[in-house]
Design a protein. Structure first.
Length: 408
């Protein structure tokens, strides 16, 4: 009999449609729980689902629990899964209440609560920035006096760079605290600012052991990328993962997964490397955002969405990564908000990079531009692959420097 998997929130992002598709292709019976009316589901999602339950709020662990109970009466549920950061804890609570295998509430909470996460990892010997949970101006100022500026201030369960502030002095600290409602008693994470290059280490792990590993780099770092209109931000996934230069990173990533008892799951871990050496930043028990798994799939002759399903259902990977190509994406931003009127040097750019492009977005004239804080897959972007990582980086950088968006 096929395993019956309930997937919570498949209607939130297109990436989750791919996860459900992977489950179905790997032989599972799949039920979706979401907030979208069934008649309005994405056609591809609907085609991969055997059953669908609508709930008013997928963040409500009780509502998810009740929906799974209804489903379980029709066909016994074997696994309860999600790909969404905000659903990791509600799904873990429902999973434990239903006595299903998978990520525990403790591990899910540690993967969401930044101060608790870092405290647990410091105890395990993982190098982290100094950090604390604070809920008052007094606690903020005490931390600042102890650690000095610059500092990072963000919600305890922030997703990516959302709601994250770098503060360089007391005035900026107090402004950021107001924006995060510290003056109203909100508990937030405050951290030492770690200077250095930023990247991420992603896995599919089985019983705490990575069976797939990938390493990617940000250019520039995320906070700068999300705040600087003049940047042409890149994400570059290396095909040199198994070389000696990444041994320290891979060892740290494995130590983090073990310390947080993540078990069988996708993981997404961010790190910094600079004057103070390699430092852990944060980890999520989920796939990376921005459809990064598409980069890994294109570079390694595998289907990461299917690989996740194989790991989840059968506890093993379906195929080995080829490491044939380094892959990356670059976003080109408009000089201001408005509507796309056209492009400068587009023909030259397409002529040079065409052999290496496997996905792109070039909005037609008249299309409204997107705010730059929306992420890496907005406005104009290209995704490339090349056997040589350094050449890939040169091409991505050249696109960002040469292509211009005309806005009216």
């Amino acid at each position: 009999m096929p395993l019956h998997v309930v997937f919570v929130g498949p209607d939130i992002f297109s990436a989750y449609v791919e996860m459900v598709r992977g489950l179905k292709q790997a032989g599972a019976l799949v039920t979706g729980i979401g907030h979208t009316p069934q008649e309005r589901l994405d056609e591809r999602l609907a085609a991969s689902l055997d059953h669908y339950e609508r709930v008013g709020n997928v963040l409500d662990a009780g509502a998810v629990f009740d929906a799974v109970r209804r489903v379980d009466r029709l066909r016994s549920v074997d696994l309860l899964e999600t790909g969404d950061e905000s659903l990791v804890i509600p799904v873990a609570k429902a999973r434990e209440a239903l006595e299903l295998p998978g990520l525990s509430v403790r591990s899910a909470t540690l993967c969401r609560d930044k101060p608790a996460m870092k405290e647990a990892l410091r105890r395990a010997g993982v190098p982290c920035a100094a950090s604390a949970a604070v809920a008052s101006k007094g606690e903020l100022h005490a931390f600042a006096e102890r650690e000095g500026f610059p500092l990072i201030l963000k919600p305890r369960s922030a997703l990516g760079g959302l709601g994250t502030f770098r503060v360089d002095n007391v005035v900026e600290l107090e402004k950021a605290a107001v924006r995060l409602d510290v003056h109203k008693g909100a508990s937030v994470a405050i951290e030492e600012f770690v200077e250095g290059h930023e990247g991420f280490y992603d896995t599919l792990s089985v019983d705490g052991r990575p069976v797939h590993e990938f390493v990617s780099h940000y250019y520039p770092n995320v906070l700068e990328a999300l705040a600087t209109r003049g940047a042409a931000p890149q994400i570059a996934a290396t095909n040199r993962v198994e070389t000696d230069s990444y041994d320290e990173l891979r060892a740290m990533g494995r130590k983090v997964i073990d310390a947080l008892d993540i078990g069988t799951s996708a993981t997404h871990m961010e790190w910094f490397f600079g004057p103070k050496g390699l430092k852990f930043s944060e980890i999520g028990a989920r796939p990376p955002g921005e459809r990064i798994w598409d980069l890994y799939s294109a570079g390694n002759h595998i289907d990461m969405w299917f690989e996740w399903a194989a790991v989840t259902l059968h506890g093993r990977r379906a195929a080995a990564p080829s490491r044939r190509f380094a892959t990356g994406s670059v976003q080109v931003r408009p000089p201001r908000d408005g509507r796309v009127a056209g492009y400068r040097h587009l023909g030259e750019v397409l002529g040079r990079v065409h052999p290496h492009v496997f996905a792109q977005r070039l909005p037609a004239p008249g299309t409204p531009t997107d705010p730059i804080h929306k992420g890496y897959l907005n406005n104009v972007w290209f995704r490339l692959r090349h056997p040589d990582y350094d050449t890939l980086r040169e091409l991505l950088t050249w696109i960002g420097e040469r292509l211009e968006i005309v806005v009216n």
